[in-house]
Design a protein around this ligand. Structure first.
Ligand code: NAP
Length: 252
């Protein structure tokens, strides 16, 4: 019987947890602990970092984990890198459950940048009204461009007000709709959306709204991750659990 460690913090991880619970596959879901009120889950949950790749490998050994599933966010590059290293060190198979990146459609006006510092640099210029759809972790970097009006949308109310001098804060964990995001962008006079290429349907509404309204998007491309086996369908993870050897000398 597999004993799965599922690295979560995403809708995909929650969906997979449901599936694994329905199939009575022993699973521990792991959260970093960034969200104050994570969704209730049908499998046991642990919270907090492991202490790097070595800590994760030790956790795998100590808890007799047989299979590691990385369903973290596409921008959780440190965790995903640690997962690759730890699976190799502990000689267990690793599979990533991820979502395809968004691609520009006709009508989209996207400018691509490789990372957050490049996004901040690209905002050099006259003041604009920006929907900064990044989550609270990266907002402080944008204090370097204080001339803009920023509209922020966070999952939780922050304990400290964001440092940006001119901002509006909306607390909402979604799901978001095209109609809702169009109304928000119109109400705030948004003339630029800044976001990460998270992919998936949950956060896509703002891009469709931007396309419809003719608003340009500054798209932060995904970080490059080490090579690993990846799937996008949770059902495929079940098939993999049936077939992947519980221990291997080289990982998947
Ligand atoms: P990160 O930069 O890759 O990870 C930083 C550290 O946080 C990791 O080294 C690890 O600490 C700990 N960590 C991350 N994910 C963890 C997990 N699932 N379980 C236990 N520890 C975890 O990650 P991040 O970008 O800060 O994201 C943190 C969490 O938020 C992830 O679970 C991710 O799925 C979720 N999330 C991220 C984004 C985003 O845009 N980055 C968006 C939505 C959700 P140790 O080294 O001590 O193990």
């Amino acid at each position: 019987m597999p004993n799965v460690l599922l690295l979560g913090g995403t809708t995909e991880a929650s969906g997979l947890a449901q599936l694994l619970a329905a199939h009575r596959i022993p699973t521990m879901l792991s959260y970093a602990g960034r969200t104050e009120r994570p969704r209730a889950q049908p499998v046991p949950v642990r919270v907090g970092g492991f202490g790097g790749a070595d800590g994760l490998a030790a956790y795998v050994r100590d808890h007799r984990i047989t299979h590691l599933v990385d369903a973290t966010h596409p921008f959780a590059a440190t965790m995903s890198g640690n997962a690759v290293a730890a699976a190799a060190a502990a000689a267990i198979p690793l599979l990533a459950l991820t979502r395809p990146a968004w691609t520009a459609q006709p009508g989209d006006r996207w400018q691509h940048v490789p990372d957050i510092p490049a996004a901040v640099a690209a905002l050099d210029g006259p003041g604009r009204r920006i929907l900064l759809a990044l989550g609270r972790m990266h907002v402080a970097a944008f204090t370097a461009q204080p001339q803009h009006r920023y509209v922020l949308r966070f999952v939780d109310a922050p304990s400290q007000a964001p440092a940006l001098p001119n901002h509006a804060l909306i607390v909402d964990r979604g799901p978001f709709t095209v109609a809702g995001d169009s109304a928000l962008m119109t109400a705030h006079g948004i003339d630029l959306v800044v976001c990460k290429n998270a992919g998936g349907s949950g956060a896509e509404a703002k891009l469709i709204a931007a396309r419809t309204l003719g608003v340009p998007v500054l798209m932060i491309d995904r970080p490059v991750l080490p090579t690993r086996a990846e799937v996008t369908d949770p059902q495929t993870v079940l098939d993999w659990l049936d077939h992947a050897p519980a221990a291997t000398k080289r990982g998947v």
